[in-house]
Design a protein around this ligand. Structure first.
Ligand code: BG6
Length: 480
């Protein structure tokens, strides 16, 4: 389905717009997935002429898009769609000029993508409304994090909700647009094999790891007020946890899927007081080496306070209080400037109830989202030759190779198309975001109360030493 529409990107000169949104729109254009009547209007404060903005966008798209996919011809066509308007989003008066540019057309679909800091969300929604630009065909896309606490998220949700009905609000979490994340649902709900063992009786624990080698790049100003807990755990890792833990929805539609996810979030057992010390690890990178290059400590990064106690690493032991998952720890970890970039989910099964062949490993299922998309099931097999010597072997599915004829879509491509088509299945509903904050807030408060400073870890390592204790005390270990 392809619909004529206007896509307006607030924060049009920011990293997200230039590194992710425009390249994604370029791909959609090149593969003829955008209607010929789709206009893209970038909005920002800096004074750019349209031509200058197109040149800026071209520079970034050339750098982001694979060489084979970038052609002069496709770019020239794409640039025709690209307009620029300089406005100050905090000034109501500037929206009059936007209204003039858009013209009166209540029937036209308009997507407002707020790729700005969350403190502008409320202003932008209200100014759109006052300028008569929030009619029934308009949609608003909010980038995470929605606020920095439950209270601030509620305030943002209420202000947005006063202008846009919930079905027109798209709270984006780009992890939900990743192929392997959607494959996790396919794996669980389109195959009969896993469901009978997908529960506390057979699963020992789950590990969800999102490890990055990058530091905070140009985002020190934002990150230093956010930290890994708000930047990653509150959204990406909790969304992955939901997809692992949720019950099968009755239908694959926005309400059914999100109803099931919210139940998981509401069942998370609160972590507060002494538990914060026992069940969480905070870290901050110190100087080290990544890929042979020296990198500075976090507090020397641009726009970061040099006495900062913001965490760049978090590990948490989460538990879900329901029949399916009682007693199964979900270990979450994420960090910047770690040894390797990987995002993966490990489902560690329990051992067989009676060991016929002596001590053996238990089965595990590894779902790797990045760098390669892979699902591998670890089984025990007999080593050839005499005797029953067993060894673990992998049943390995490389998803990129299995679908090698198709280009792998970037998460933003899929999600932008969903917004244009009005499908919010892969977006976070208001109650989901708030339930996630409800669980996160007491942990952050616990850190502040006990003045739990982050533990240093050298850039290029696997995180702070204390990370190991979180699992070792239960006789478990992190996957490498
Ligand atoms: C973003 C975070 O949401 O996700 C970044 O704000 C992080 O700090 C990024 O680097 C990771 O995304 P990906 O797709 O590279 O794993």
């Amino acid at each position: 389905m392809s619909i004529p529409c206007d896509i307006l990107v607030f924060g049009g000169t920011g990293d997200l717009a230039l590194h992710k949104l425009l390249p994604a729109l370029y791909h959609l254009h090149r593969e003829r997935r955008l209607h010929s009547d789709v206009r893209i209007i970038a909005l920002a404060r800096s004074l750019h002429e349209r031509k200058a903005y197109q040149a800026l966008a071209e520079r970034h798209c050339r750098a982001q898009v694979a060489k084979a996919d970038f052609t002069e011809e496709a770019w020239a066509e794409f640039a025709q769609r690209l307009e620029y308007l300089s406005i100050d989003a905090s000034q109501s008066g500037d929206f009059g000029r936007l209204a003039k540019l858009l013209g009166k057309n209540e029937e036209r679909v308009r997507v407002y993508y707020l790729a700005t800091a969350p403190n502008l969300f409320e202003d932008i929604a209200s100014h759109l409304n006052i300028a008569g630009l929030a009619g029934p065909k308009t949609r608003i896309v909010l980038e995470k994090p929605i606020g920095h606490s439950l209270e601030s998220a509620q305030a943002i949700n209420a202000a947005i909700g006063a202008v846009f009905d919930e079905h027109r609000v798209f709270r984006i979490d780009h992890y939900l647009g990743k192929e392997t994340v959607q494959n996790l649902m396919a794996l669980r709900f389109a195959n009969v094999l896993f469901e009978p063992v997908w529960r506390a009786a057979h699963i020992d624990h789950v590990q969800i790891s999102v490890c990055e080698t990058l530091g905070v790049e140009n985002r020190g100003g934002y990150y230093d007020h956010s930290g890994a807990m708000r930047d990653m755990i509150q959204n990406h890792l909790l969304q992955l946890l939901c997809l692992v833990a949720m019950e099968a929805p009755v239908r694959f539609d926005a309400e059914s899927v999100r109803n099931e996810k919210v139940k998981v979030l509401e069942a998370l057992i609160p972590i507060s007081g002494q538990d914060v010390r026992d069940k969480t690890v905070r870290g901050q990178y110190s100087a080290g080496k990544i890929g042979g290059q020296d990198v500075p400590a976090y507090y020397f990064e641009k726009n970061v306070d040099n006495d900062s106690d913001t965490e760049t690493f978090v590990a948490v032991q989460a538990e879900i209080g329901n029949w399916r998952w009682a007693g199964v720890p979900f270990y979450l970890r994420t960090g910047k400037r770690l040894a390797k970039k990987t995002s993966e989910i490990l489902i560690q099964f329990k051992s067989v109830p009676h060991q016929l062949f002596g001590e053996g490993d238990a089965n595990s299922l590894l779902i790797r989202l990045q760098p390669e998309e892979r699902i591998s099931l670890r089984l025990m097999a007999k080593n050839p030759g005499k005797g029953m010597r067993l060894e673990p072997v992998e049943l390995d599915l490389n998803l990129a190779a299995a679908f090698s004829k198709q280009r792998r879509w970037d998460a933003y491509e899929r999600l932008l198309l969903d917004v244009i088509e009005g499908d919010s299945t892969l977006f976070m509903r208001r109650d989901e975001v708030e339930a996630a904050w409800q669980w996160i807030d007491p942990i952050i408060k616990g850190w502040q109360q006990h003045y739990q400073r982050p533990r240093p870890y050298p850039a290029g390592s696997n995180g702070p030493e204390q990370l190991q204790h979180l699992l070792e005390r239960h006789g478990r270990e992190w996957m490498e």
